[in-house]
Design a protein around this ligand. Structure first.
Ligand code: PLP
Length: 455
């Protein structure tokens, strides 16, 4: 066998099998060496351990143990979202079946910029994107690298639908990628509407839309279904009604909350989603996918015409006329891996019921954790959770003390919590996305925070 075997082709599987064993072993030894949810010692210690493990990045002669060494080092220094005490961000533990599917993508390496590089993958993408779009009442969807790219595309499509410019109106609770996309696309600064209780205030939105000069129809309102800080859902039906009344276009950033659609118990929280022109979904948040797994769903497939692009080597007119699918207009990227395979495998393996159960589990854990916080005299709860985010703080602690607890837990590698500034105060944030977390783990988390709070 050659010293650099290929991942696909006749010998691919036999070449990969022992390497996979090495990877799986090193993931295990690395995790053991870490011994908790997060590597201890702070940034300098982690970087120094990594440098020592890696040694010479580009040695003159190759090192056949590099795979084991580097995977071990990465795992040892990882923030592990599969550890119940790693709960800071919208950073989910991926499903094993989804990660396994992703390996097939790496081995086959289809690229979705032209049909001749991805015949079956492009057909699968068409099937899955439509299925997911229909699930939320829209027509089609594009695959993106995440919520940020989906939000950018939403603004781009709105701009193009309105002859070159659009005024973004969003809540102060909107994800930073929305104002950033306005900047990137050369649009006016967004009109930012107050969100005093963490969600967009419809009366303030009505006022802002009434006050806007310019022709009807050149405004894009962006609402959020699952805010980054608190997991709250804007009043979508009311916002959709206001958009209709003012002739504004509606985008809903459901990067976090979109996953609720799989749950019979929680789906109703997304009422109004189907009234949007575009919706951001992101199944590397509430969807248990390895990064990247974003989507932008659209109500009118005609909006996608704005992305039409010709490049003779990829979609020559005569090839398209002869029936070869034209893929270039389904992304702003050119070379593009089929992230859709892991999504398809997940949807089909678990079904709506299996995914809905995972959603229900993390939402239930959040409610239980919130109850623990509420019943503990040493803690204050921000609000009962709507999805799976719980904001809490040690009672009577200063903001400095709250920030210090978080950093101390990180430094010790004991727990990974996020932070959110709301109501003029700093809160600790637990974003619960691990369906295997047990109530005992959450009790342990609270105890750790209690033990680390400076007095
Ligand atoms: C509401 C919301 N929208 C968009 C994003 C951006 O998603 P990504 O990080 O996948 O680009 C996030 C990230 O947390 C988010 O919370």
């Amino acid at each position: 066998m050659s010293s650099a075997p290929l991942a696909s082709g006749a010998e691919g599987p036999d070449a990969l099998r022992p390497l996979l064993n090495t990877v799986l072993d090193a993931l295990g030894t690395g995790r053991q060496a870490r011994g908790g949810p997060f590597p201890a010692g702070g940034p300098d210690a982690v970087a120094s351990r990594l440098r020592d493990a890696v040694g010479d990045v580009l040695p003159e002669d190759g090192d056949p143990t590099a795979l084991r060494t580097l995977v071990h080092a990465l795992a040892e220094g990882a923030a592990d979202p599969a550890d119940p005490l790693c709960a800071a961000h919208l950073h989910c533990p991926p499903l094993a079946v989804s990660a396994a599917a992703d390996l097939a993508v790496s081995a086959l390496n289809p690229s979705l910029d032209s049909w001749d590089q991805a015949p079956a993958a492009s057909a699968l993408e068409a099937l899955v994107t439509r299925t997911l779009a229909h699930e939320i009442g829209l027509a089609d969807a594009l695959v993106t690298t995440g919520g940020t790219e989906a939000n950018q595309l939403a603004l781009l499509l709105a701009r193009e639908a309105h002859s070159g410019t659009v005024q973004l109106v969003c809540g102060s609770n909107a994800h930073h990628s929305l104002p950033r996309a306005a900047w990137l696309l050369g649009l006016p600064d967004p009109v930012v509407v107050p969100a005093p209780a963490g969600t967009l205030d419809p009366a303030a939105l009505d006022e802002a839309l009434t006050a806007l000069p310019g022709p009807r129809g050149s405004v894009l309102v962006a609402a959020t279904a699952g805010t980054t800080d608190a997991g709250l859902i804007d009043p979508l039906p009311e916002i959709a009604g206001l958009c209709a009344a003012h002739g504004a276009r509606l985008h809903i950033d459901a990067a976090y909350g979109g996953g609720l659609v799989f749950s019979d118990r929680h789906r109703d929280k997304l009422a109004g989603l189907d009234r949007a022109h575009t919706v951001t979904l992101d199944l590397h948040k509430l969807g248990w996918q390895p990064v990247a797994a974003g989507l932008l769903a659209v109500r009118h497939p005609r909006d996608l015409a704005a992305l039409t692009q010709r490049a003779d080597y990829l979609n020559a007119d005569d090839d398209t006329e002869a029936g070869l699918p034209d893929l270039l207009g389904r992304s702003m990227r050119t070379t593009r891996r089929p992230d859709v395979l892991k999504l398809a495998v997940t949807l089909k393996t678990l079904g709506r019921t299996g995914l809905g159960t995972l959603v229900d589990q993390v939402c239930a854990r959040a409610r239980e954790f919130a109850a623990m916080v509420h019943n503990h005299p040493g803690f204050e709860l921000y609000d009962p959770p709507v999805i799976s985010t719980v904001l809490f703080r040690p009672a009577e602690a200063t903001d400095e003390a709250v920030a210090a607890v978080r950093r101390q837990l990180l430094h010790d590698g004991r727990a990974v919590l996020g932070r959110a500034a709301l109501d003029g105060r700093l809160w600790l944030k637990a974003t619960l996305l691990n369906p295997h977390t047990r109530p005992d783990d959450l009790a342990a988390l609270l105890k750790l925070v209690e033990g680390h709070t400076p007095r």
